[in-house]
Design a binder for this molecule. Structure first.
Ligand code: BG6
Length: 508
């Protein structure tokens, strides 16, 4: 084990000196996630030397930018410790992303800041902008000399990475003119979540799970990511995305890959990524009429959430009144390899559902013969539940003797909750991802091959759905989603384990 960890450490550069340039520094992501995450890293003493140049369209004096960084940190974390010193590392540069001369000024400014803070020519370009700018910015960074540095250069790019396989390929081509694959950090913020990262450890560090982790002992796996929010102000983006592209192509498929991959021979970035890619290669492609056999789509109608009425999706701002966009998707994913042949991975995600919850349920097969009965019903199958959010933890559902009974068994739950001191110190996803990027550890970012396979899978589903107008809306806001999602499992003899019930044991 010791040796493996050393190997993992050798995999990264650990140079915490960097100039971070945030494109889109006046936007929501920068304010809500990036500044607070940088502040937490700073207060934990993680940086050696650093400076941040905030880049955005509007002109603004430096001190106004620093004040906005301060505000976002204080409102996100309620903490002011060392804040003045922290914001003194922030600079602002107004910028026009389509104008070469603007990149020229940015380069001069970046070189000065680099010199002033002794940042060793290390540069991180963080694109927190609308996706149509990703490609053009990358091209300019190269052609206008911003990537000519003596240290490392890295590009951090938010989702969506393209709209489909074709556009993703085009974007990748543009990015790769300026950055090598190793220098591209494609964010999937689910890979920053503590319990998503824990999947690997739960699987590969426990002798009681790994031998059972296959089609001989697992009957099905269910991954649910349900949200209570609607599309909010993102109607324009969401109309061309839908739940399939917004959540399934990236977050849900990443969780499938982590659950299904083979043990990597070493814990290095390349080994882990290549095992994940092998899962994507083994995905059973679903197309044409089969799509409706394997996938279900839904769109929310109006309803009540927390005793307030909420509008239907078609009445949200910037949404077509006849919209065919899905706000819910459920599907059966099959992985045609030796380990998983015959085991369905059921996935579902949607907006305006009853609870906010992300959970993975691994359902083990029934024992060969039931000697014990729970009162009036058969034994429960063993379940391993990985609670991703809002609570974080693991629950193992077992059967044990009912106290005082004779042959009666009852379900018992062994739970571990990442609460108390651990939860308080659990870094937020973005904090971990920023830290990884500075350390040069790309393990928890998506490799191009993963993106490409995942788009190829999703494109076929979307092509089929575009052909027909769905009967939307088909679920009420605040409900568990469309009935068709239940039928998807019923026809295989399964049912969705309710996410709300599973919450009970871990929350107490
Ligand atoms: C984002 C999607 O990637 O993930 C959003 O674009 C979605 O539509 C969000 O709401 C969900 O993230 P989380 O961390 O709240 O589950």
């Amino acid at each position: 084990m010791h040796q493996t960890l050393e190997m993992r450490a050798l995999n990264v550069e650990e140079n915490m000196t960097s100039l971070i340039m945030i494109f889109g520094a006046t936007g929501d992501l920068a304010k809500r996630k990036l500044f607070p995450s940088l502040y937490r890293l700073y207060n934990k003493g993680k940086f050696h030397k650093f400076a941040v140049i905030g880049v955005a369209r509007k002109s603004m004096p430096n001190d106004a930018f620093q004040a906005s960084v301060r505000d976002s940190v204080v409102s996100a974390l309620g903490n002011k410790e060392n804040i003045d010193e922290f914001i003194s590392h922030f600079y602002y540069q107004p910028h026009d992303v389509s104008d070469s001369s603007s990149y020229g000024s940015l380069k001069t400014f970046a070189d000065q800041i680099d010199e002033h803070h002794k940042l060793e020519g290390n540069r991180i370009f963080y694109l927190a902008m609308a996706p149509e700018f990703f490609g053009p910015i990358a091209l300019h960074l190269k052609s206008d000399g911003l990537t000519d540095v003596s240290g490392y250069k890295r590009l951090v790019i938010e989702k969506p990475f393209g709209h489909d396989l074709e556009s993703a390929k085009e974007l990748n081509k543009q990015i790769r003119t300026a950055f090598s694959e190793k220098e591209v950090y494609r964010i999937d913020h689910y890979l920053g979540k503590e319990m998503v990262r824990n999947i690997e450890v739960i699987r590969f560090a426990n002798a009681i799970f790994e031998p059972l982790w296959n089609n001989r002992y697992i009957s099905n796996i269910q991954i649910t990511s349900s949200e209570t929010l609607g599309v909010e102000e993102r109607g324009r983006y969401y109309e061309s995305s839908g739940a399939l592209r917004d959540m399934l192509q990236n977050h849900m498929m990443q969780m499938v890959a982590l659950l299904a991959m083979e043990p990597p021979i070493r814990l290095t970035t390349d080994e882990i990524r290549s095992e994940k890619v092998r899962v994507f290669r083994a995905l059973r492609s679903v197309e044409g009429d089969e799509v409706n056999e394997y996938f279900v789509r839904g769109q929310y109608g109006e309803g009540e959430m927390d005793e307030n009425s909420v509008p239907k999706y078609r009445d949200e701002p910037m949404v077509d009144k006849e919209s065919n966009t899905e706000t819910y998707v459920a599907g059966k994913v099959m992985i045609d390899n030796f380990r998983w042949a015959g085991v369905p991975f059921y996935i579902r995600t949607g907006k305006r559902l009853k609870v906010k919850s992300t959970k993975i349920v691994i359902q083990f097969k029934d024992i060969p013969m039931n000697l014990y009965y729970q009162t009036e019903k058969m034994l429960n199958p063993n379940l391993l539940v990985i609670h991703i959010q809002p609570e974080e933890g693991i629950t193992l559902h077992l059967n044990a003797k009912k106290a005082g009974g004779h042959l009666d068994a009852q379900e018992v739950r062994l739970s571990f909750a990442n609460t108390g001191i651990h939860a308080m110190n659990t870094p937020e996803g973005y904090e971990k991802l920023l830290y990884d990027c500075m350390r040069g550890d790309a393990t928890n970012f998506t490799h191009w091959d993963e993106v490409a396979y995942s788009w190829a899978f999703v494109d076929k589903i979307s092509a089929e759905w575009q052909k027909t107008k769905a009967d939307f809306p088909n679920y009420v806001s605040g409900s568990k989603g469309p009935d068709a999602a239940d039928k998807l499992l019923e026809k295989d003899g399964f049912f969705w384990w309710p996410v709300t019930d599973l919450e009970v044991d871990i929350c107490k």
